[in-house]
Design a protein. Structure first.
Length: 261
């Protein structure tokens, strides 16, 4: 078991955003977290990699007790996981290979040949083996996200956390990025936890689904979409509002779900 939370409360400063969170995640799983803006999705992800501290409940991430974990031990945890952001967060003053080399050196790699070999391996896996010399500004959004994924898997992480990795991409590119992440799950037996507002992904690429709503996190095991609801354009209607979805025989309205957090 990679992640085990029991009765965890999640706070942003003094405000409680999620209460009594209990869930577990195993190796090799593909997990979605959905919910409307401000429901606690990103806050939950931040507790997993130690950006937000936990003080209540029990939380274990890859054998690290997150309630008792000291800041000095955070690098050890983060070497075991990869993080993918919506805005890529690549270093703009250096090319792709230099971006990847920076991460490897920062995480303890020293042998030059091993570094070069690993960079070529991940670039090939994400289909970017001919782009190593380019600056991030010379790449499309989809290409930059592929490089961000390559960076995330450099150290063969057990766990990949993806915070809206397709949020700034068109539908076709979003599908390709999601397919790439699913292939990585198979290649490395890694686990991916992915925040998404693109609800059509849940049908195209099934996985476990957790919903943040009303300060609670619940797993949705039996869900279906309203057949009258389009799954294109992130399931938005003409008013830029997500339409109704049927989940567990309940009608859940996720309004303005595609706004920036």
């Amino acid at each position: 078991m990679l992640i085990n939370y029991k009765n965890v409360n999640v706070y942003q400063e003094v405000q409680e955003v999620l209460s009594d969170v209990t869930f577990c995640i195993n190796e090799g799983e593909f997990v979605y977290i959905i919910g409307k803006v401000g429901s606690g999705k990103s806050s939950l992800l931040k507790t997993i990699y130690g950006e937000l501290p936990l003080n209540e409940g029990e939380a274990v991430v890859m054998d690290h007790n997150m309630v008792e974990l000291k800041n000095k031990h955070l690098p050890e945890l983060r070497r075991k996981l990869g993080i993918i952001f919506q805005d890529f967060q690549l270093l703009t003053d250096r090319n792709v290979e230099a971006n990847l080399k920076f991460v490897l050196k920062a995480t303890g790699w020293k042998d030059k040949n091993e570094i070069e070999e690993r960079i070529q391996q991940v670039l090939q896996l994400v289909g970017m083996e001919t782009k190593g010399y380019k600056l991030p500004s010379e790449l499309s959004g989809g290409e930059q996200q592929r490089i961000a994924i390559a960076r995330a898997i450099l150290n063969r992480p057990q766990l990949i956390l993806a915070d809206e990795p397709t949020g700034n991409l068109d539908m076709e590119t979003s599908n390709k990025i999601t397919e790439l992440l699913r292939r990585i799950v198979k290649e490395y037996n890694s686990t991916v936890i992915m925040i998404t507002h693109n609800l059509s992904m849940l049908e195209k690429y099934p996985g476990r689904v957790f919903l943040c709503k009303d300060h609670k996190l619940n797993e949705i095991k039996d869900y279906k979409f309203n057949p009258e609801t389009s799954v294109d354009e992130n399931v938005k209607d003409e008013n830029n509002t997500v339409k109704k979805e049927e989940i567990n025989d309940d009608i859940i309205i996720l309004e303005d779900i595609n706004e920036t957090k």
